[in-house]
Design a binder for this molecule. Structure first.
Ligand code: DAK
Length: 258
């Protein structure tokens, strides 16, 4: 399918979505987000794909929602058309893992989009921020909620109230980012991680992702109870049988990749 604002490719069993509006620092217009949602749908429905990467350019992952597109909105219009909401949630609802590979600016909606992915690998030139306060609004795609859960209240308040940017090393220290690499190694690192995930048994990967996501949405007791049931449900599945047989036989497991 031809896309105008993103590029989409596959590398073996890994899907790669690249935000591609470099002149606007990948500002997230409605049209761009529609395309991202379509690409996520396509990878989700493709049995050959086990994991995906969402990335941007060298200068910007994404500098936020498109300010020029939204600057004249008024509340009743935004409410009626559910302004840019539905498509933004698509990434967060993907059942297959998506890694954000972030170089340069990840600001406002860009930071929120990265946080909707399962984890973030950052180039050392990455800059994260929720600068909405500087243009008279507040984060609207989960920034006040996800950032607070990921980095804690003090750091989230600092970011949201001052609008300052956080460099990659600070983002890694406070748990927003899982790894930091040099910009030239960013895609290689993300592809290696995604391929490693995509090569495991598909159902096991989906169950593991679902359980970690659940940690953000439920109490500890309920989460642990659900984890116990999910853990037990994997016994007798092809992944568990092959994984444990291979271990006992001292050979590499051959997991089902679809
Ligand atoms: N929107 C539109 N255009 C943008 C943009 C943005 N967010 N960011 C940059 N651009 C454009 C610039 O206007 C400029 O275009 P031209 O003038 O060349 O036509 C071009 O990209 C290059 O930008 P600069 O000339 O500004 O480049 P610099 O290197 O000087 O500065 C910068 C880079 C990232 C520091 C600066 O561009 C900047 O401050 N950008 C805005 C950052 C920002 O405030 N982001 C937050 C936007 S609010 C929601 C979903 C999402 C959201 C809300 C609700 N729902 C689901 C309900 C999200 C809201 C936001 O993200």
């Amino acid at each position: 399918m031809p896309y105008e604002h993103i590029t989409v490719e596959t590398r073996d069993n890994v899907g790669v979505i690249t935000l591609n509006r470099p002149k606007a620092l990948n500002a997230l217009s409605g049209a761009l987000m529609n395309e991202v949602a379509e690409a996520v749908d396509a990878f989700e429905g493709d049995d050959a794909i086990g994991a995906s990467i969402l990335t941007g350019g060298e200068k910007a992952f994404a500098a936020g929602a498109d300010i020029k597109e939204m600057k004249d909105k008024v509340y009743m219009e935004a409410y009626r058309e559910d302004f840019i909401t539905a498509k933004w949630e698509r990434i967060a609802h993907s059942r297959k893992p998506i890694i954000a590979a972030v170089a340069g600016y990840a600001l406002g909606g860009g930071c929120e989009l990265a946080m909707m992915c399962d984890f973030i690998i950052a180039a050392d030139n990455a800059k994260f921020g929720q600068p909405e306060i500087t243009i008279g609004i507040i984060p609207g795609a989960g920034g006040t909620q996800r950032l607070t859960r990921f980095v804690g209240k003090s750091k989230a308040m600092d970011m949201v109230l001052t609008g300052r940017m956080m460099e990659a090393d600070e983002a890694e220290r406070c748990g927003l980012v899982s790894r930091v690499v040099s910009p030239d190694r960013l895609m290689e690192e993300a592809l290696t991680a995604a391929k490693r995930i995509a090569d495991y048994e598909r159902n096991t990967v989906m169950a593991a992702k679902e359980m970690v996501d659940r940690a953000y949405e439920t109490t500890l007791a309920e989460g642990i109870r659900f984890e116990r049931r999910m853990f037990q449900s994997l016994f007798g599945t092809p992944g568990q049988v092959e994984g444990m047989d291979a271990f006992a036989d001292k050979r590499r497991p051959k997991f089902n990749r679809s």
